[in-house]
Design a protein around this ligand. Structure first.
Ligand SMILES: NC(=O)c1ccc[n+]([C@@H]2O[C@H](COP(=O)([O-])OP(=O)(O)OC[C@H]3O[C@@H](n4cnc5c(N)ncnc54)[C@H](O)[C@@H]3O)[C@@H](O)[C@H]2O)c1
Length: 361
């Protein structure tokens, strides 16, 4: 076995930050990700010492070659198709989120010295969270109750990892944000998604650099066999309606996002799959929380730089932009007063129902 740390999905949002953190710590990193033009560009900027192995993890032979060549001491498994893109192609997502996880775990189990397997899961596995009928924070020992295809596939993958003979660690992440204006681009789907989420749903955000810190620490900390809840300090316990407008304002776009609809207090299933989490054990073991929510907003504003001031010149246009976005939003002219997130996803993105529902503990 080498001292390589293999990072799957190492060019994604969490992966890029994790590779950077591991390199800062002097670890030997191998990234396994898809050979795409965008990832080739990111590979040019890999930190010194980090290497790339172009691999489609849905190809079992390629996975076997990867593990036998790299002989990793640790695998950090991040590769996935996440929300909202998953709703447009749940079938393809299953191949990477569930089937490829099973292949990777099986190949790793068969290695002469099986690696530690640090797995990226999500707070989504707890299912939809109605703030009127549930009391935060979520604890790691509460049952998984996936409610849609994303939370379902993430729960299935987690069950595969936890059922393996590998020395595993599961990190369930909250809502990952970045102060890099380019890291989370605005897209039509992203704006639509933002508009459909219940405005008063609870969201536990976290800076991607703190997530990266947690993944790097989990490769060596005494946490094998644990499920750790990874989210920011208490300042990150926010509502859905706090996040988008604050991030837009930090970019100089205050007041452009229309107010969303509140969730239905009388329907526990009509909420998104996020909530505040108890991070006490994760913080004790990994010491990863460094960036507060106010710090993030200030740093994003600084990073946006002069364009922020240029954007401010357009502030008299904010009501007009808000009106356009409202017309493009999920509930324009929709009857009722409450958000219907799954109906809105079905109407524009794709079927959100979990494709292979089953009992999972
Ligand atoms: N971003 C969040 O807010 C969040 C929240 C909770 C959990 N997570 C989990 O964290 C992990 C990383 O998320 P992210 O935000 O960095 O996602 P991302 O979409 O930015 O990155 C995913 C990466 O996986 C790669 N990938 C996809 N299919 C692949 C394949 N067939 N073979 C190899 N690589 C493939 C992509 O190229 C990409 O680089 C995921 O497992 C996700 O479920 C993320």
């Amino acid at each position: 076995m080498s001292d390589n740390v293999l990072v799957t999905g190492g060019f994604g949002l969490v992966g890029s930050a994790t590779v950077r953190r591991l390199s800062e710590l002097g670890r030997r990193v191998v990234v396994a990700d898809l050979d795409t033009a965008a990832n080739r560009e990111k590979a040019e900027a890999l930190p010194t010492g980090a290497q790339v192995r172009w691999t489609d993890l849905t190809d079992a032979d390629a996975v076997r070659r990867l593990i036998s060549d790299v002989t990793p001491e640790v695998i950090i498994h991040l590769a996935a198709i996440i929300a909202p893109p998953i709703y447009r192609n749940a079938k393809l997502a299953r191949k990477i989120n569930v089937d490829a996880t099973a292949t990777l775990v099986g190949v790793a189990e068969a290695a002469p010295t099986p690696p530690r397997f640090v797995h990226a899961s999500s707070n989504a596995v707890f299912g939809p969270r109605n703030p009127h009928t549930t009391t935060p924070p979520l604890r790691a020992d509460e049952p998984m109750r996936p409610g849609d295809v994303y939370s379902g596939q993430k729960a299935e993958a987690e069950a595969i990892v936890r059922g393996s003979s590998l020395p595993w660690v599961v990190l369930r992440l909250g809502g990952v944000l970045s102060v890099d204006p380019k890291a989370i681009p605005f897209s039509a789907d992203a704006l639509y998604f933002e508009s459909l989420l219940p405005a008063d749903g609870r969201l536990h955000s976290v800076d991607v650099r703190d997530v990266a810190w947690a993944f790097a620490a989990a490769t060596t900390a005494d946490v094998v066999g644990e499920i750790l809840l990874i989210a920011g300090d208490d300042s990150h316990r926010i509502l859905q309606c706090d996040a988008g407008p604050a991030l837009a304002a930090a970019r100089g776009l205050a007041g452009v996002l229309p107010a969303g609809r509140p969730g239905n207090p009388n329907d526990d299933s009509a909420w998104f799959v996020t909530d505040w989490m108890d991070t006490t054990r994760a913080q004790e073991a990994l010491q990863f929380q460094h960036y507060s929510w106010p710090d993030m907003q200030a740093e994003l504003a600084k990073n946006v730089g002069w364009t922020r001031h240029a954007m401010r010149l357009f502030s008299p246009l904010a009501p007009a932009i808000r009106a356009v976005l409202k017309r493009r939003g999920a509930y324009w002219k929709a009857p009722g007063q409450y958000a219907d997130p799954w109906g809105a996803i079905r109407a524009k993105l794709g079927e959100p129902a979990w494709d292979q529902p089953r009992e999972l503990s």
